[in-house]
Design a protein around this ligand. Sequence first.
Ligand code: EPU
Length: 417
Amino acid sequence: MVYTKIIVENSPALRGTVKISGAKNSVLPIIAASLLSYGEVFIDDVPELKDVNVMIELIKFLGAHCTFKNGKLKINVDIKDVEAPYELVKKMRASFLVMGPILAKLGHAKISLPGGCAIGTRPIDLHLKGFQTLGAQIDIGHGYVEARAKRLVGKKVYLDFPSVGATENIMMAAVFADGITTIENAAEEPEVVDLANFLNKMGANIKGAGTDTIRIEGVKELKGTEHTVIPDRIEAGTYMVAAAMTGGDVLIENVIVDHIKPIIAKLTECGIDVFEEGTGVRVKGKRNYKAVDVKTLPYPGFPTDMQAQMMAMMAGAKGTSVIIETVFENRFMHVDELKRMGADIKIEGRTAVVTGIDHLSGAEVKATDLRAGAALILAGLIAEGKTIINDVHHIDRGYVNIEEKLKNLGAIIYRVD
Ligand code: EPU
């Protein structure tokens, strides 16, 4: 077995331009939603990531024909199976997003329960409550969830928490339902809006995506379409933080400024200059940035997927920062790794108190999940000496060519086996 590590050395201020790829968390539900189509689907700006390959593998298993080259994905669907097995679902929790489409199209879906996750228990109760409200019978047993419904019927679904996945899964399940489905307290994330736009292009009738109330009027059929995925706001945010904390000057190209407003606001509060420039933002960092408090919240609040990266930045800030994670109950796995690099962090429940220090020190650490891995790379850029990051497969799930993109900006980063 080959173990790959990423090595990051203390790097100069980053300079240059980096282009942001299509959003992982948009394209995963969109690929799942392609199962609903009766015609050919063409998706552009698909990021070449491990998670994307897992989703493609899964829909192929279910009967789709896919060709994926240079960020362009062509899908023709002829669903043959209603069952998504454990071997495929265990690789990625987002695999559960095929349940809504299969149930809507075939009236029967059997999906393996997704299982544990490093960042929290991440139940699927809200997805299931939604399917049940629309009339599906749910059975759980032998590690599988089975949903059956001769015909789904539009109803009001109130989500106790604005879950991104539950909103997406219920929206997909409802596209062929009789009458009108209303999702209340729906997630407002841009990825939910991208999915709704994609479904509408195929002929669905969805209104209100991007607000807390989404209305889906059932239609008879969906046709093929073409769609370009929105830019990845979390990848953008990660490079913005890299530019900021190294005191760099980087143009981050291909962003939707509205989607990264909470990140721009936090960096500005730290004393970093961020300017809009064409289809991008320019970040002019400084080494002596201020500590700020961060509280993660559903969109349009500060994204939980940027919490670890922001913590890495705060580890080297001037002053003390209080970081509160409200979305996931266990998303502080990176703290022990950052502490190995000398960071001064104390945790109490869902709150971390980070006291900035002048010099982090390179150490051997491990990426416990995708964003934790990104945070360690960021810390490594300003740490003295070498940071050796293990378990980098997590990072490859969600960042396209991260070492290449950083290297092009002047970072000292490479991979070894
Ligand atoms: N939750 C429930 N019941 C449910 C569903 C969710 O209690 O039925 C809880 C979760 O346990 C969690 C909270 O609700 O505490 C938020 O979960 P949500 O369902 O919103 O998250 P998700 O759909 O599983 C997506 C992203 C995550 C991102 C979250 C929050 C995808 C494929 N994943 O997950 O992305 O952190 O929304 O914004 O879209 C990442 O990219 O690193 C990542 C983890």
